[in-house]
Design a protein around this ligand. Sequence first.
Ligand SMILES: [Zn+2]
Length: 198
Amino acid sequence: MQNTLPIVKEPNSVLRGRAQEVDAKDITAKRIQALIADMRATLKNTPDGVGLAAPQVGESLRIFIVSDEAEEIDKTERRRWKEGEQGWERNQEKPYEIREWRYFVFINPEVKNTSKASLEDVEGCLSVPGKFGIVKRYEKITVSAYDENGKKFMRGASRFFARVLQHEFDHLEGVLFVDRTEQFINVAPREENGVSPK
Ligand SMILES: [Zn+2]
């Protein structure tokens, strides 16, 4: 049974603490498996979110999930650059087919490597509704973590996917994108698709 959980919003102290490691042998335990299932259901019901960290549903544990929509956004962006368009505004209509997204689970993630190069782009956060700002992130990042079966894996990511990983990793450290924002920007709220969750 999966439950859609309410998203914890700022200011709530669970968003500001350092989340606890999950004991590797507990990953397959009912409580953690149920939490992951609920996080999946919650993210699935949040059309404009591509990642969700456990503190955002009130659990101070080092777990986050990322939708493979993040990778699709990167692929689409690369394709469009090749086709000569000037980038792609992510707040426009999604130019790819919406399908049943898979979710990558990261438990006790560790950053193993980062690129020298960084990129600036707009970020928002489900826990900070209505705010958007420019944040500088590493262009590439390599992360190791446990998956939901308790298996260790290593994964490299670049551009938008790398940005999402860094944003979610920050949640486990009690850091929000607003702490890193150099400049806030105005984005008209689009209530119909959940950009500004209530
Ligand atoms: Zn967030």
